[in-house]
Structure formats: C-alpha cells, structure tokens
Ligand binder design. Structure first.
Ligand code: PLP
Ligand code: CA
Length: 302
C-alpha cells in the first residue's frame, strides 16, 4: 500500500545501501558530533567508507564558522577531513553571491558571526555589520534617524549570539528602502541543543525578526534549500540518485536529500527520536533510519 511504501525502514543491510551510492553527504551536528563531543565509532565509519571508494561530503547549517575553521574542528576531533570537503552555510552564502555575480562594488550587511565574514572576505566581497555591530540601547529622540549605507545590495542573516535591535533596524532599512536588496538566510533552524542542558534558539529566530519587519521571505542557502545540493552535484559531477544524505533532522537534512532526489538516512543520534519520526504529525519520511552512523560497521547482509 502507499502507506507502507512511504514509511521509513529500519536500516538492516548497510552493505546494500553503501553499494548503491557513490557519495555520502553527512550532516555534522548530531551525526558526527554533539557540540564538541565526537559520536561513537565515527572515525572508523568514515575510514571504512573511504576504503570502499566512497566520496564523502560534509554539510552543516551552522554558519558561525568558515570551512577553514571547521577544518580545524574536524582535526581537533581526530577526523581526517579536508576543508574542501566541508560545506557550511557560511560558505553557501558567499558561494550564492558569487553564483549570481553579486557586484564587487556593492556591500553585504551581515547579521551573524565570524564564519560568514571570513567566507565573504575570501570570496572578495565588501561587507559591514557582523558580531560587533550596535549593542547599545537606541534612544528614540524626536527627529532621530538612523543612516544606512546605500551601497548595501544584500543582507545576510545567520545565527548571531550578539543579536540586537540596532542590527534589526539597520538590516530592515537596507531591505525596505532598496527594493533590489537581497535578503539571504544561511538557514532557518528553529532550536538546537547548543548545550546538553537545553535547546537554544538558533538561526531561524534571527531570520524571523527580519521576516517580521520587512514582510519579505528570505532566500535560504542552507539545508533544505536545493542551492547547495545543485552546487555539489555540479561541482563533483555526481548524479543525485548516486547520493545518500545522512542527517539527524527531518525538516533540514532529510528534506534536503528528498528535495534533491537523493537516498536519505535518518540517524537517531541527534535531535530526532524514533517517536518523533513515527508521529502522525510528521510527514517527512526518510528511506531508512538507524541509531548512529557506526551501525554501518555492524549491519551486514542478513
Ligand atoms: N545552527 C547552529 C547555530 C548550530 O549550533 C547548529 C548545530 O550545532 C546548527 C545550526 C545545525 O548544524 P548541523 O546542520 O550541522 O546539524
Ligand atoms: Ca544536524
């Protein structure tokens, strides 16, 4: 029946899945690590996949670091991954602007942390804003008017632990007073476990502030948008049907894989539990699910 074929299957034969694709795209947090803690068996799993000739690609919606900074994080966790294999949403924002030939004499207003600034700089774009912008209470005296740079042609919004009202007003002026100004979101993740003690509001909350003030929808460059998938398929010349997307989040990772026409594997080592997957309110069903990626090492043909 339709229902049965749409339901996610527990992964029982990893060999078959591994044999059926040439590339694995791995989400990072919740799949490889949790915060700064490596998940069990990850290095051995990546080694095994490489020894079987699989291409490995790593995609994260966390925009706070550049791919170079992620390279250091992978290294510090003992993972043998080069920065060319890492695609963070910070990199995606700079790559998108390149792809549309965003003019080098225009500027990007950044609401976000260092990763976005680093990637824009590397791509040769002029930017302003960033973590240090604003921060003091804005006194609204009669006649007070906030100036803004008329050369801003794009506002990029990502997760920002220094978020404040100055940034909201500045970015809002850029977008509202220049109808041609782009409104780009690195990602719209709602909440995540930034500490193991609780869930924290992430990128979606900053993006939401600008949706509220501009009444415009952003162009999302991170998961689940197809932008990075198209970019990766083109860069590595891979057929999307030859890709398996592995992630812990239904509305970003699994949807990203499905939007791209890839095979999808949900791991339960991150934010999604089996009961959330199987809840009647969830309509996003991966092809397979399993506890953690190191199950690849033990799940042989039965
Ligand atoms: N955004 C922020 C700020 C995060 O800290 C995280 C995970 O830690 C994410 C997004 C999601 O990252 P990923 O796509 O690697 O799961
Ligand atoms: Ca994740």
């Amino acid at each position: 029946t339709t229902k049965a074929s749409a339901a996610a299957q527990p992964l029982t034969n990893a060999d078959e899945l591994i044999g059926s694709v040439e590339t694995f795209i791995f989400d990072c947090d919740g799949v490889l690590w949790k915060g700064d803690k490596l998940i069990d068996g990850v290095p051995q799993t990546l080694d095994m996949l490489r020894s079987r000739g699989k291409r490995l690609v790593f995609v994260t919606n966390n925009s706070t670091k550049s791919r170079k900074q992620y390279g250091k994080k992978f290294e510090s966790l003992g993972l043998d991954v080069s920065e060319e294999e890492i695609f963070a949403s910070s990199f995606a924002a700079a790559t998108y602007l390149k792809s549309i030939d965003f003019p080098k004499d225009k500027k990007v207003y950044v609401v976000g942390e260092d990763g976005i600034l680093k990637e824009l700089e590397l791509a040769g774009f002029q930017y302003l804003g960033g973590p240090e912008d604003g921060g003091k209470k804005i006194e609204l005296k009669p006649g007070f008017l906030m100036e803004h740079d008329k050369d801003v042609g794009a506002v990029v919004v990502g997760f920002d632990r220094y978020f404040n009202y100055y940034k909201v007003q500045y970015g809002t002026l850029c977008i509202r007073e220049n109808p041609g100004c782009l409104f780009i979101a690195t990602n719209r993740d709602a909440v995540t476990h930034l500490t193991d003690a609780q869930e924290w509001a992430v990128g979606g909350s900053m993006v939401g502030a600008f949706v509220g003030s501009t009444l415009r929808e952003p162009l999302v460059v991170g998961k689940p948008s197809t932008f990075m998938m198209d970019y990766l398929a083109n860069k590595f010349r891979i057929l999307k049907s030859q890709i398996c997307m592995v992630g812990d989040r239904l509305d970003t990772d699994i949807l990203f894989g499905q939007n791209g026409g890839c095979k999808t594997l949900l791991v339960l080592s991150g934010v999604t539990s089996l009961s959330m997957l199987q809840s009647p309110s969830n309509s996003i069903k991966p092809d397979f699910y399993t506890n953690k990626i190191s199950d690849f090492l033990s799940l042989k043909a039965s």
